[in-house]
Ligand binder design. Structure first.
Ligand code: GLU
Length: 485
């Protein structure tokens, strides 16, 4: 059956890996069935809406490689796709419920509601609305209206019934209506609640399958009561278990870099984020090359998603990103990496610089940091023993025109051997002279990145720190300095 699914975020903040997973799985259900995917912005609570969050959500979803057939930016047959612009649809549903006598006005003030909750608590019961206004007489209502009270509207829940539905992730779910209080569908200021707006829009948009977080399970029971009351078809449901931050707190409150926008600026590639997000509660088949959401289509089954919560694991995501970066071919890597490289000093070879950091970089931010380590002259100077210094300078001089760093390194190795210095030690010392640490990218790549004159300047500068040499004697020595061959 071809499914119509939707992702319905509230534009109240950045998209996190948890929300991205809801969007991805919802997209997969639609696309795998040859159906349609809808984006709907649930922006009916002006106090919570963050300006610009809608555009950021859309940009993040597109960056992940998701697309939608209908939505606020692309339009569609059920427009508008911003919930705040659908007030007349919501009102129509409310009217139908009113005309059917299924809802009633509730005049309780917030203080009265709190007092009622307190009374329930005092009796050892779960605090819930006790149905105070359910059986008001016309005279009671008139009196409250005369006092200037504006009513909220509540759905009258019939006690003693069961709401049963089959959840694609959690299996058979059952709620007793005895546990569901008469719930508000329209607030006293006239705004619809989430339950009403969601049911009205899902119905109007022909949504056949709802994929959302399992924090909505209790809402689903209420929404099914509304759907049934309206005679509207029930969609199927899949409630995805929570993704928590490493410390157990909600992702939205964590500082752990779980926001998609943060991952993008930190130099994660979308394919890695997509694979990671898919792996939160679902087993991505071994060996599957995930270049984007489409690669998951064949294998994905919503029923195979685990009903247990998952924890966001930034280390695992980083390792996955490293794997995806290594998989890029040269052109793709350089295109990606270039945007993480600022302007470089004259004489520095950008491509060689990127090639030099490629092995070690796990993210774009690593590329920036590692390239800086090469471009910025090392603070700490390294003492070079004569034979190493002479081998290096001699080789640099003789590697001639055009400049050939591989040839220079071959000559250095030969000279080192000739002068009785173990080649490995000599190269470590040279690398330390060039970038301040004995380990790092191959010397040939460093030479190529820096260019012959900067390389020579660094080597000579290092040489100045030789014991007994003139100048630079005050420069602090570190462990690299002690590794003098
Ligand atoms: N706006 C709700 C949320 O962001 C949507 C839940 C739903 O998909 O129905 O959690």
């Amino acid at each position: 059956m071809s499914e119509r699914t939707r992702f319905a975020p509230a534009p109240t903040g950045p998209l996190h890996v948890g929300g991205a997973r809801t969007a991805l799985f919802s997209w997969l259900v639609a696309r795998a069935s040859g159906g349609r995917f809808v984006l709907r912005l649930e922006d009916t609570d002006p106090a919570r809406v963050v300006p610009g969050a809608d555009a950021a959500l859309i940009a993040d979803l597109r960056w992940l490689g998701l697309d939608w057939d209908e939505g606020p930016d692309v339009g569609g047959p059920h427009a508008p796709y911003r919930q705040s612009e659908r007030a007349s649809e919501h009102e129509a549903v409310w009217r139908r419920l009113r005309e059917a006598g299924l809802v009633y006005p509730c005049y309780c003030t917030p203080e009265e509601l709190e007092a009622a909750r307190e009374a329930e608590r005092a009796q050892g019961r779960a605090p819930r609305y006790p149905g105070t206004c359910r059986n008001l007489t016309a005279a009671d209502r008139a009196r409250f209206e005369a006092e200037g009270r504006r009513p909220a509207w509540r759905f009258a829940v019939r006690p003693g019934e069961r709401v049963v539905f089959d959840d694609a992730v959690h299996g058979s779910m059952e709620f007793s209506t005895d546990g569901i209080a008469d719930f508000v569908i329209v607030r006293s200021d006239g705004r619809p609640t989430y339950d009403l707006a969601c049911v009205a829009d899902d119905t109007a948009m022909g949504i056949t399958f709802v994929v959302r977080g399992d924090d909505h399970l209790a809402n689903t029971a209420r929404q099914i009561l509304l759907l049934d009351a309206l005679g509207a078809p029930r969609p199927r449901y899949a409630h995805l278990p929570l993704v928590t931050a490493p410390g157990g707190e909600p992702l939205s409150k964590s500082k752990g870099g779980a926001a998609i926008g943060e991952l993008r600026t930190a130099g994660y590639v979308p394919s890695a984020v997509v694979e990671y997000v898919a792996s939160l509660g679902w087993k991505v088949p071994d060996g599957l090359q995930v270049r984007g959401p489409h690669d998951l289509l064949r294998a994905f089954r919503i029923e195979a998603v685990s009903p247990s919560p998952s924890t966001h694991d930034p280390e695992r995501l980083r390792a996955l990103n490293a794997k995806h970066l290594r998989r890029l071919d040269d052109a793709a890597f350089f295109a990606f990496a270039s945007s993480f490289l600022g302007p470089v000093p004259e004489g520095v070879d950008r491509e060689a610089l990127l090639a030099a950091v490629r092995e070690e970089a796990e993210t774009g931010a690593d590329i920036t940091r590692l390239a800086d380590r090469i471009v910025v002259r090392p603070q700490r100077l390294v003492a070079l023993k004569d034979p190493v210094l002479e081998s290096a300078l001699g080789a640099l001089e003789r590697s001639g025109e055009p400049w050939d760093p591989d040839d220079a390194v071959a000559r250095m190795k030969a000279e080192l051997k000739h002068r009785g210095v173990p080649v490995k030690d000599g190269l470590h010392a040279l690398r330390a002279a060039l970038i301040g640490t004995p380990d790092g990218p191959p010397v040939a790549l460093l030479l190529k990145a820096l260019g012959p004159s900067e390389a020579e300047a660094r080597i000579r500068r290092a040489a100045l720190t030789r014991p007994g040499s003139s100048g630079d004697s005050g420069v602090p020595q570190d462990s690299a300095g002690q590794m003098e061959a």
